[in-house]
Design a binder for this molecule. Structure first.
Ligand code: ATP
Ligand code: ZN
Length: 307
């Protein structure tokens, strides 16, 4: 068996190892490789471990497709904050003659995309987005807790095996009284850290910020850090100096409750927070830490994932 790349700064060698050892299937799309059954098994087993860990919380599972209304992306403020990551769905709305022209252009190797128009949908950038409109109106006493798992799209093509364009998140979303939401976030930060460290990952948590776009975005990121609104749990996967975020915790305060008219049962101000495990990233962190040969992973790690 080829050993793991000894240089932790070598993302290309890690990617080659993942292909050679039958974890990912190259497709030619940056950040859009296929996954084998062996990769998927680790990912699903980790997700199942998270769900076992969270069982007593009684989060309500909801399921959404990986597309959202264009209007939801607008209302979430995504266009101003992250235009560089957008994935928009376009389709063909023309007549017979236009359809023949479209096909002829493609056959001739010419550009044809200008003949498409935006559909009413966009690709989902974060698993929690469809949940906030569901919370609109009065929350029940004690608030709500929902969990979702979904494919997310972000236009950040990269050769790094940890930066994908299409990946899955397991998210938990809490809405309720400000103190309760804040406390929930803090509890999960400790729980998430314990869970990942319990799998032998050299994980630690840190204050973080989102990749807000442009000059004003840098100010927003600084303010987000100052207010300690975002935390990440990070693990070295392709770099020791810049460890990879495998789980993120976002405290939105009144941001989405204002936008979506979410109020507490007594009409008072509600807050929301969410946390998301990047399922591919955790899987890659496990492989990077414990090796390409699953049979040689530590017994206690195997026992937790394959109980
Ligand atoms: P980063 O700073 O690495 O770009 P982020 O802070 O934008 O990540 P979030 O928006 O908080 O990430 O997303 C939640 C989780 O989704 C992250 O903790 C990470 O595990 C995962 N994730 C985010 N972007 C990607 C990506 N491009 N490929 C794979 N997983 C990702
Ligand atoms: Zn979220």
């Amino acid at each position: 068996m080829t050993e793991l790349p000894t240089d932790p700064l070598d993302p290309i060698a890690l990617r080659e190892g993942l292909v050679a050892h039958g974890f990912i299937i190259p497709t030619g799309v940056k950040g859009g490789d296929g996954r084998t059954a062996k990769f998927e098994d680790i990912l699903d087993r980790f997700d199942a471990l998270v769900m076992r860990n969270a069982r007593d919380d009684g989060a309500e599972p909801l399921h959404f497709p990986p597309i959202v209304a264009r209007t939801l992306i607008e209302r979430m403020g995504y266009l101003g904050n992250f235009p560089q990551l957008i994935g928009s769905i376009h389709s063909f709305f023309g007549d017979d003659a236009a359809a023949r022209e479209l096909a002829a252009l493609a056959d001739a190797g010419e550009r044809w995309e200008h003949m498409l128009d935006p559909a009413e949908t966009m690709l989902l950038p974060a698993a929690c987005y469809p949940v906030y409109p569901v919370f609109s109106g009065l929350l029940p006493e004690g608030g709500r807790l929902v969990t979702v798992r979904n494919w997310c799209f972000r236009h950040e093509p990269s050769d790094e095996p940890t930066r994908l364009q299409s990946f899955r998140m397991r998210e938990f979303i809490r809405a309720g009284a400000p103190e309760a939401v804040h406390e929930w976030r803090d509890t999960w930060l400790q729980r998430g850290l314990a869970l990942l460290q319990g799998l032998g990952l050299p994980a630690h948590s840190d204050v973080a910020s989102d990749p807000f776009f442009g000059r004003s975005g840098r100010m927003m990121a600084a303010s987000q850090r100052d207010q300690r609104l975002k935390f990440e749990i990070v693990v070295p996967v392709i770099s020791a100096d810049r460890p990879t975020a495998v789980c993120s915790f976002n405290w939105h305060q009144e941001h989405f409750t204002g936008t979506f008219g979410i109020r507490r049962s007594d009409g008072a101000t509600a807050h929301t927070a969410c946390l998301g495990f990047g399922l591919e990233r955790v899987t890659l962190a496990l492989i990077r830490t414990h090796g390409f040969d699953l049979a040689r992973w530590p017994d206690d790690v195997r026992a937790q994932l394959w109980p």
